[in-house]
Design a protein around this ligand. Sequence first.
Ligand code: CA
Length: 204
Amino acid sequence: MKKILLLEDEAPIARLLQAYLARKRYEVRWDAGEGDLEGLFLSWRPDLVLLDLTLPDQDGMEILKQLRQYGSCPVIIVTARGAVPDRLRGLQEGADDYIPKPFDPEEVVARVQAVLQRSAYMADHETVRLGSLVIDFTACAAYLNEQAVPLIPRDWSVLAFLSVIPINASAASSCWTTYGELTGSIPRRCLPSTGSRKEQEQGA
Ligand code: CA
């Protein structure tokens, strides 16, 4: 049973998430962020953390940095601070996903499942090849036609996320195109050659 640490100070929200996650057979531990987080994290070793950014004693971003020092446990931010700069900062600080409040609890559960699947895939695979694009999970790097692609942490997170969606030749083209649309940082001429010419012209 996967263990989820829920750092949330609003009891109704915590109870709601606990109920939905328990239905999917996750073991959930709720903490309002007021105690010994380091002790709790290191003794209980969660598989994923759901992190609220506005907690009574600490800023969630500081907690995120702290969690990153303990290891690569996936972190999903769930917060009312849903403005784009906040989301980008969260991803840049190493969050794996970002869900603004108010949320649909079913969506939170789906995102938890997706992040855990991705995390398991990345633990089992050092690299993935999508046509002419190679993604190295160990080095957090990507290579297109054997040339390193410059990536800021946010863009790396997006690319890594897209790359482990079911892999096949047509998905490779789709992955790369979606990545370019989300980050705005990949010129169209860099599309890998895995899709058909027609697909590439159409941006498929
Ligand atoms: Ca809060």
